[in-house]
Design a protein around this ligand. Structure first.
Ligand code: TPP
Ligand code: MG
Length: 310
């Protein structure tokens, strides 16, 4: 993470003036506010942040945050984010998308990203439905549930983002709640500080289409696993291997009690570091920042870079 210019003083300076078209009461507002507060607390200059989104209500968040943003293709938020980070490792990169975007059409990219461990933060807006397209069942909708937007109960088994994140190799795996801004802001800060790929699965009620997984549903159920003694930090590979199955078991709890907090926090080699072994100049020379002439040609000599790939 870089912090070279004096940061903006107020959270408001991280917001744009674009009119927000989420439904009144949508959990997405809490995520937007927590993200803005986290950026402000970390004092990251706007110009050093890149935020990507896929397609969906949630994926519109890049329009509302006053940083560099990309509104990309359906399921591709993580793809663009990894490319940005690899091109310029000095940027703070955040990828946002919905449960449909990230775990439906984007599920292969979710798994592939886990295997790489690029240093960025992925925020999953988890509302159990495809909000933008009128509430079809998303991959996280629990089995047998029938929110008012669908005509029969859900006959598919859900994907558990935490379990899949752990299985794919995400090195920071967490869950928070859009109506607990303090917890969400702190989780986002920890995720951004983590060196490696971070998942923040956010329970985010859809007030228009999902009348089951509501605020009234989550409020009495969500509890903080770290307050109950879970230490997510794995200091080495053997601790990691020991903790993964325990974290998976915790992630499976869903009923009268639903766990949130950080499930795994493992510092290991990032994709950048792995690339540095193969491309000695990677991360040292920042070709993205090199000057170009009016026709787009680099002014500096890139022969060494090109030769390093041959
Ligand atoms: C290739 C492609 N397939 C399907 C769609 C239609 N579509 C738009 S958003 C969306 C799902 C969004 O759901 P989610 O990611 O959960 O976001 P939410 O709206 O719930 O925040 C779908 C299927 C599309 N835009 N592009
Ligand atoms: Mg959704």
């Amino acid at each position: 993470m870089i912090s070279t210019v004096s940061p903006p003083a107020k959270p408001q300076s991280y917001k744009t003036n674009v009119e927000i078209d989420w439904c009144p009461g949508c959990g997405d507002f809490g995520i937007l506010n927590a993200l803005v507060l986290a950026l402000q607390e970390l004092k990251i200059p706007n110009e050093n942040v890149v935020l990507t989104g896929g397609i969906g209500c949630s994926s519109k968040i890049p329009h509302y945050v006053n940083v560099n943003t990309l509104h990309t293709l359906h399921g591709r938020s993580l793809v663009q984010a990894q490319a940005v980070k690899m091109a310029n490792p000095r940027l703070e990169v955040i990828s946002a998308s919905g449960d449909g975007d990230g775990l439906g059409i984007g599920s292969a990219h979710f798994v592939a990203a886990g295997r790489r461990n690029v240093d960025l933060t992925y925020i999953l807006f988890d509302n159990g439905v495809y909000g933008l397209t009128k509430g079809q069942a998303s991959p996280t909708l629990p089995y047998g549930e029938m929110p008012k937007s669908i005509e029969t109960e859900n006959i598919k088994f859900p994907v558990n983002p935490l379990f899949l994140g752990l299985a794919s190799g995400f090195t920071f795996v967490s869950r928070s709640y859009s109506y607990n801004i303090k917890h969400l802001k702190e989780t986002l800060i920890r995720a951004m500080k983590h060196r490696g790929l971070s998942l923040v699965d956010v329970m985010q009620p859809c007030v228009t289409y999902n009348n089951i997984n509501t605020k009234e549903f989550y409020d009495p159920r969500l509890y903080d696993i770290e307050k109950e003694g879970w230490n997510p930090v794995a200091n080495n590979e053997s601790e990691y291997k020991q903790k993964v199955p325990q974290a998976v078991l915790k992630s499976l709890e869903w009923g009268d009690r639903i766990p949130m907090g950080v499930f795994m926090d493992y510092q290991t080699e990032t994709y950048d570091e792995k690339l540095q072994r193969l491309v000695p100049d990677y991360g040292k020379k920042n070709y993205v920042m090199d000057p170009i002439d009016s026709s787009g040609k680099p002014l500096n000599d890139v022969t060494d870079l090109m030769n390093s790939f041959s």
